[in-house]
Design a protein around this ligand. Structure first.
Ligand SMILES: NC(=O)c1ccc[n+]([C@@H]2O[C@H](COP(=O)([O-])OP(=O)(O)OC[C@H]3O[C@@H](n4cnc5c(N)ncnc54)[C@H](OP(=O)(O)O)[C@@H]3O)[C@@H](O)[C@H]2O)c1
Length: 329
């Protein structure tokens, strides 16, 4: 079981670690999901699918969210893929008070052992036109999508550094790669995760800790169903072009990319194109990846112009239709 694998780096005190410092012992990096996992947002959607995959691999999983009833329901569902003792729940608002988050994570570690794998999946989207969204929504999006990840990561990072081992995932969004109509508050909070991820990766790589930044497309989850209710027509039409994916497929891709130690995790053809065209100064994972980015970036920039033309045309057509409808009234 997972915690047997969590013994490796305990005795290492040096501030800068050697790669594979667990020398000879099997470590988290050999099978990233087989350790003690903490999945924020694990009571629903993508987070729940990730928790199921981790349990299937024998990991001990702590799922974190606010609503206790939904957590208990998810715990039963998730543990049906493994054993009851593999899943524990933590109810805390990750966006609110860091001390509370730290306390609840410490408690989780006291029963399941060190957190070696943190998946920051808690988040939500409130779409709407910029001037129609309450100002408080902009703060709320930053709190839920950005500060939750800051709090959770801060709660585990010292432990990971002292053990020279750990994996961290930030679940951003395709809306964290390009700004789209109706996503002024959401996109900004997901773009913020990228800045955090790039800077943090540079700080933690000497400690043998890897970070993966995932950019899911539209995914068929309870959160997506809720988001659909408030989406402007333009946002629906534009985001539909990438298709709708299942949470199982998205979770599997995030898992595979994380196990391979990739910095970016993208899903689908559009996702792959976006990851290449927006790679910028991001950390590189392999020579192959850098060559692929260098060769495709120029071409994909040209392709992006066609997409942008189509999106702008959609926005104009929606405006013209609304104008015509209001004249006919
Ligand atoms: N679904 C999509 O189309 C899509 C696309 C791109 C990116 N994403 C991103 O993927 C992640 C998961 O999305 P999803 O669609 O699976 O969402 P979901 O079904 O709504 O699940 C969200 C989870 O986050 C938890 N959560 C929300 N706010 C929290 C807070 N303040 N503190 C603790 N837990 C909190 C929720 O539980 P409680 O409400 O009980 O706290 C729930 O477990 C999000 O970050 C989302 O932005 C989703």
């Amino acid at each position: 079981m997972a915690n047997i694998l969590s013994v490796s780096c305990k005795t290492i005190q040096a501030p800068v670690c050697r790669k594979n410092s667990s020398a000879g012992k099997r470590s988290c990096h050999d099978d990233a999901f087989s350790c003690s996992n903490e999945v924020t947002g694990g009571s629903s959607g993508i987070g729940k699918s990730l928790a199921i995959l981790a349990v299937k691999r024998g990991a001990k999983v702590t799922i974190v969210a606010r609503n206790k009833d939904r957590l208990v329901e998810a715990q039963n569902d998730i543990s049906s893929h493994g054993a009851k003792e593999q899943v524990q729940i933590v109810s805390v608002d990750l966006s609110a008070d860091f001390e509370e988050v730290q306390k609840s994570f410490n408690k989780a570690e006291s029963t399941f052992g060190h957190i070696q794998f943190l998946i920051n999946c808690a988040g939500s989207s409130i779409p709407g036109r910029f001037e129609e969204l309450p100002i408080s929504t902009f703060q709320k999006m930053m709190d839920i999508n950005y500060m939750s990840a800051v709090h959770a990561t801060r709660a585990v990072i010292a432990g990971m550094k002292s053990r020279c081992e750990g994996r961290i995932v930030f679940v951003s969004s395709q809306a964290g790669q390009l700004g789209l109509y109706g996503y002024t508050s959401y996109s900004a909070s997901k773009f913020a995760l990228r800045g955090l991820a790039e800077a943090l990766q540079m700080e933690i790589s000497p400690y043998n800790i890897r970070l993966t930044l995932a950019f899911p497309p539209d995914t068929n989850t309870p959160g997506f169903a809720e988001e659909q209710k408030g989406k402007p027509e333009e946002t629906k039409l534009i985001s539909e072009t990438s298709g709708l994916f299942s949470p199982e497929k998205v979770a599997q891709t995030i898992l595979d990319d994380t196990v391979r130690g990739r910095f970016f995790s993208s899903i689908g053809l559009d996702g792959w194109m976006l990851a290449n065209v927006t790679c910028g100064f991001s950390p590189s994972t392999s020579v192959m990846e850098v060559m692929q980015q260098s060769l495709t970036m120029g071409l994909f920039r040209i392709v992006s112009i066609f997409y942008l033309y189509h999106f702008d045309k959609t926005v104009k057509e929606c405006k013209l239709r609304r104008n015509a409808e209001s004249k006919n009234r």
